[in-house]
Design a binder for this molecule. Sequence first.
Ligand SMILES: Cc1ncc(COP(=O)(O)O)c(C=O)c1O
Length: 429
Amino acid sequence: MTSKAIHYDFFPDDLQKEVRQAFYNVDFDKNIGERVFFENAGGSFRLKSVVEVDQYYAQFPDCPERQHETSLELKSVQHKGLDDIRLLLNAKSGSILPAYTASMAIFDVTGTIIENVPGTNVVTSCLEHPSAYDACAFYAKKTGKELRIAAADQTTGRIEVDAITKLIDENTCVLSIMYASNLSGAIMDLETIIAEARKIKPDLHIVVDAVQHAPHCLIDLEKTPVDAMNFAPYKFFGNRGVAFAYVSDRVAKLPHHKLIAKLENEWELGSPTPSDYASVTAVIDYICWLGSKFNDSADRRTLIEEGMTKIKYQEMALLDRMLNGTPEIPGMRHMKGITVHFDTEDLSKRDLILAVSVVGCDCDTLTKLYRDKSIIVYERVSSSPYSARMLESLSLDGVVRVSPLHCHGPEDVDKFLLVTKEILEGLII
Ligand SMILES: Cc1ncc(COP(=O)(O)O)c(C=O)c1O
């Protein structure tokens, strides 16, 4: 299978089995029984290894700041986790901010920039998650700066480069833009956005919400040099209750909440939880293990690159099958009555998220019809504060979001397609 210049395919069968077995609850829900879970954008499958190390390190009472053996071990677990986060993002400098949620992290960083960096306007987009958007709106209002909002392209579901650059000028304090949309699945052309925006203002501060995108694609801060980027382990094969953000050196040093005695670039506030860091390392170990199936390098970043690239290819193959089907089962592109919004030929430009709707069937009902057939998807409707602004900006009343994960295989897609066909036939469109 190819999409533009990229050749992609499913994992070999044996590897597919191993990958599936690495996660909990891929096929089974304790309340439903056997089911297909295509709602990973709301919280992804957990790695078994994450749950294990999390439980293991949660048992120790020791403070990582002491000098006895167990404390030192916990401290080294924390340092390893921090190193792994840097490797994952390819962050060669800057600081890492741990937070309870990705929303808290982005509020903190956005506020620090808007309150301390000169400029009279703040640029963001209509597709942002409320955490990024509202942080811009809140601090712009607080500091008397103008809030400028880039519009989305109605066909691609993306914020196109010129939609952003036309809002930026020498007085822009910060640009806050998401890496990929958690509604349309469209990936922003971040490299070009950064390059073009900094042609207008060379020292522009840029904040990126990578919560949606990070579990699906390789991130490389060397290629996309921004000032902040957050991600949430619970959408990335890990745990709820912790999130991380990278902040660049210049942002790290801005006045921010920190203990006075600590270094000026320190963003950790209070006692760290060693199991949160051990869990991140378990996620990175898994990505490296996957990478090692295709690459015999001993270098951890090389294995991350390989692992994330193969995750992307597996997800493109799944997306391809969802859209085009097989000779036996029609894909959604060929089913009458269902619309896949923001569909593009080049699948490399999308995360594995589909926004679909069915003529004559509202999204709540459609989600329930899938649930009755043991398929979990999520209705994104305008009554939800998490969806209203984005839907309105894309001229939609609602969509059903379908979000599998790379550990799914072609058989899961086929189950979904057969149920979709049955639902459409039942609706007699
Ligand atoms: C794109 C995006 N950004 C940010 C968030 C916020 O994450 P959290 O709920 O962990 O704060 C989400 C959560 O759905 C998201 O999808």
